[in-house]
Design a protein around this ligand. Structure first.
Ligand code: NAP
Length: 274
């Protein structure tokens, strides 16, 4: 387990999930400090996990690892405030904020960072996180960052920061795509005459089962799909409609739109072009 002290700046949903995951993996709560302006938030964190809490970000940032877990629009002000308090001990900085580039953070903090893009299922400990480290971040710190993010699921590294926009478009926004498919499958089931509750249960449990098969097996989704599709059968009839009506183009266009929006937001939130 980690031997370093760890601070969370912002004690909301994402911090809470990471704290829960790290403590479940054996990290002593006494190694963790959370800074949050809201009194009730601090009281809950202390009661639920036994972590140190403070309303003062500057106190918290004495830690050896700092996780920036405030909303993206608050991050610049927080980072600029921390700058002079981290200059001498140079902690590992991990940002979980969507849309804020590592280069902007480096500029605001005066230190290189590991930028991460977790997704919503991290709050249920089954997230997937895209990770990018500024080139100046040493390998040992990258490994440390990965261990921390893996407390709420699994992770992948990208070697160019622009690929975080693709990660955002695939896994960051991805849960909504699967929810939409469940929603449509439920509605289509109702249109076939199933009671709503039955159609919903069938849609959700089928998504769960398919996810479990893909997650636990070693076969690619295309192989799994082929395995469950008999020639001339019901699944083949449905898949032919998906193909004929352009599902592939729709998915590619949707992912492109999300990636484009992610890049636009990075410019808006970071204030720098490129
Ligand atoms: N939740 C997700 O599914 C998800 C997924 C991917 C990435 N993320 C990223 O994770 C970050 C946190 O998201 P979240 O869902 O955990 O948000 P959240 O629940 O709103 O948590 C943010 C916390 O930061 C506190 N805060 C605000 N200003 C602060 C300051 N100056 N110093 C210290 N703390 C401050 C907020 O307090 P107040 O409530 O008093 O403002 C709040 O408790 C975001 O940047 C988001 O992009 C979240």
């Amino acid at each position: 387990m980690l031997t370093q002290t760890l601070a969370f700046i912002g004690g909301g949903n994402m911090a809470r999930s990471l704290i829960g995951g790290l403590i479940a993996q054996g990290l002593p709560a006494t190694q963790i400090t959370v800074s949050d302006p809201m009194e009730s938030q601090r009281a809950h964190l202390q009661r639920d996990y036994g972590v140190h809490v403070t309303a003062n970000n500057e106190t918290a940032c004495a830690a050896q690892i700092i996780v920036l877990a405030v909303k993206p629009q608050e991050l610049r002000q927080v980072a600029e405030q921390l700058r002079r308090h981290i200059a001498s001990h140079r902690p590992l900085i991990i940002s979980v904020a969507a849309g804020i580039r590592a280069s902007d953070l480096h500029h605001w903090l005066g230190l290189p960072v590991v930028r991460t893009m977790p997704n919503r299922p991290a709050l249920n400990s089954c997230g997937v996180t895209g990770m990018y480290a500024s080139p100046e971040v040493p390998t040992a710190q990258r490994e440390l960052a990965e261990r921390i993010m893996n407390a709420v699921g699994t992770s992948v590294w990208v070697e160019q920061e622009t690929l975080i926009d693709a990660v955002t478009a695939v896994s960051g926004s991805g849960p909504a795509y699967f929810f939409l498919l469940m929603e449509l499958l439920e509605a289509a089931g109702v249109a076939q005459g199933l009671p709503e509750a039955t159609a919903r249960k069938l849609a959700i449990e089928t998504a769960y089962g398919a996810g479990m098969m893909a997650h636990h097996g070693s076969d690619a989704p295309a192989t799994l799909r082929a395995q469950v599709t008999s020639k001339g059968g019901t699944t083949a009839a449905a898949l032919a409609i998906f193909e004929a009506q352009g599902l592939k183009n729709t998915v590619f266009a949707a992912v492109q739109a999300a990636a484009d929006r992610s890049a636009e937001l990075a410019v808006l939130l970071g204030g720098n072009k490129g």
